[in-house]
Design a binder for this molecule. Structure first.
Ligand code: FAS
Ligand code: PHB
Length: 401
């Protein structure tokens, strides 16, 4: 049986938020793409992950034609709370930066992108296996994979590696052509999703003698909470009632009185790591999102960085196909990495500030207490947190790296 071979302009590996959004943005520029995704559509649409979108991300998603659900169901937040041993401080995003964030789950973003993709009829392969990248240094790279018992090959002008941290794309860059930077944290986040009203009208990031906790939400009737836990924590050791009680202890009595408990719709543990791969480009391969970088979710940056990368790469590819301009493609990795590293710094700082570290010395504890005291008493410190949380501005990728 001959191997079917397709031809497209951009082959996109990975059909999560990065791949779906990139395909939508390219579509609006009349650029043809094909997505190759390892999992089933139901699996991708069922993932429960991020919850906070920067204003810049909302603008990109709206430009990609998926702003309607966001506008109707997204919750606009003008601030969030920091809680330290029960004392609350509101970081007033709107007063400090003039901007807000939107609470709208990644699950919904993914479903909106999938619906738009289906409506546009753009080709997408789900449940593809054995994905391999070829001829990345040539001007006709290709992707081979198995699908439906058939071996396929897709020839393209470019390949976008949107396949997350465990994907095939980053590994296709020769080890001597990439530098990797990683910090693995000695704890994870145990998350619970429940159809109960949120305990507060904005997010609460809490640090306490018992560890970190986060009170978030998906809507006015659905809440998302997290507590810091051991990396090897046994989920079975955390029945709902134990988790609700621990959340109340860590969020403090003032907040605990507002917590409505209920059965978990989902409960899971996510490890925390900071990771960056330099470079994000190798020949005709461009890495996007978690394929290139990972942040601890403390700063709500993971999904937003992925959206930023898709914005930069679609802008660069748009200029290439419209005007044969390569400056954006040449600058993509440098421009994207400048924004990535600043988000890595913010996420690392907030994680260090709000989590308990078993190996912390007495000196470390005093420094953390002083840092919290400084933030609670300095508007300049609060403004710095606010401008990072609402998202740093995009550079013009076409202006060159
Ligand atoms: P993704 O990992 O979402 O998508 C990659 C896609 O590629 C997947 O669909 C995968 O199936 C597919 N794929 C993988 N290998 C492949 C292969 N070889 N061939 C074809 N397809 C392949 N961010 C936040 O901001 N806040 C949070 O609270 C938060 N919580 C998270 C919890 C967990 C458990 C995880 C893993 C991440 C979390 N993140 C969070 C980060 C997350 O939201 C990512 O930033 C976001 O999903 C990035 O999207 P993608 O780059 O598309 O990567
Ligand atoms: C979430 O709602 O899942 C969420 C919100 C903010 C974060 C991390 C996760 O920083």
């Amino acid at each position: 049986m001959t191997q079917p071979c397709l031809r497209t302009q951009v082959a996109i590996i990975g059909g999560g938020p990065s791949g779906l959004l990139l395909a939508r943005l390219l579509h609006f520029d009349g650029i043809d793409s094909v997505i190759i995704e390892r999992q089933s559509a139901a699996h991708v649409e069922g993932r429960i992950r991020a919850g906070v979108l920067e204003q810049g991300s909302v603008e990109v998603l709206t430009r990609a034609g998926v702003g309607k659900g966001l506008a109707q169901h997204g919750l606009t937040h003008g601030g969030f709370e920091l809680a330290s041993d029960g004392c609350l401080l509101r970081i007033d995003l709107e007063r400090l930066t003039g901007k807000t964030v939107t609470v709208y789950g990644q699950t919904e973003v993914t479903k909106d992108l999938m619906a738009a993709h289906r409506a546009s009829g753009t080709q997408m392969f789900h449940e593809a296996s054995g994905v391999a990248l070829h001829a990345l240094g040539a001007d006709r790279p290709s992707v081979s994979f198995d699908h439906g018992g058939q071996a396929w090959r897709i020839e393209a002008d470019f390949i976008a590696g949107c396949d997350g941290f465990h994907g095939a794309s980053r590994q296709a860059i020769p080890a001597n052509c990439r530098s990797e930077f990683e910090k693995v944290y000695p704890f994870g986040w145990l998350g619970i999703l429940a159809d109960v009203p949120p305990c507060h009208d904005e997010l609460i990031y809490a640090t306490s003698q018992r560890g970190f906790a986060l009170a978030s939400m998906r809507s006015e009737t659905r809440s998302r909470y997290y507590i810091q836990c051991r990396v090897d924590e046994d989920l079975d050791a955390w029945p709902d009632d134990r988790l609700w009680e621990e959340l109340g202890r860590r969020l403090g009595p003032q907040v605990a009185s507002g917590i409505t408990t209920g059965p978990a719709l989902e409960k899971s543990i996510a490890p925390l790591r900071s990771y960056v791969c330099e470079t994000m480009r190798y020949g005709r391969l461009f890495l996007v999102g978690d394929a290139a970088h990972i942040v601890p979710p403390t700063g709500a940056k993971g999904l937003n960085l992925a959206i930023g990368d898709a914005h930069y790469l679609s802008t660069a590819l748009g200029a290439f196909y419209a005007r044969d301009e390569t400056r954006g493609l040449e600058a993509y990795a440098d421009v994207a990495l400048r924004r990535v590293w600043k988000a890595e710094r913010f996420s690392w700082m907030l994680t260090g500030l709000l989590h308990d570290f078993d190996d912390a010395t007495d000196f470390d504890q005093r420094i953390r207490a002083a840092e919290l005291d400084y933030i609670f008493t300095s508007e300049a410190a609060q403004r710095s947190i606010a401008e990072n949380y609402i998202g740093l501005p995009f550079e013009d990728v076409l202006a060159g790296g």
